[in-house]
Design a protein around this ligand. Sequence first.
Ligand SMILES: [Zn+2]
Length: 71
Amino acid sequence: MRCKECDGMLFVIRVEEVPKGKNYISYNRLCDVECISCKKVYYSQPYDSGRGLNEVRDISQKKESKFENND
Ligand SMILES: [Zn+2]
């Protein structure tokens, strides 16, 4: 993830806590990130989505359907 203003590196300054009663594994937390270069802060960015188990599962599903189409 890069800064939209200056293309600088962003680093996470705060991560949302998983609410009580939510599944910690599947809950997609939000985070605030700040640009190292220009100090612009982006609030409520996705922190968990696109990472971990869901990403792996999506890729394998696409491969499987591709093979089926080729046959
Ligand atoms: Zn920046």
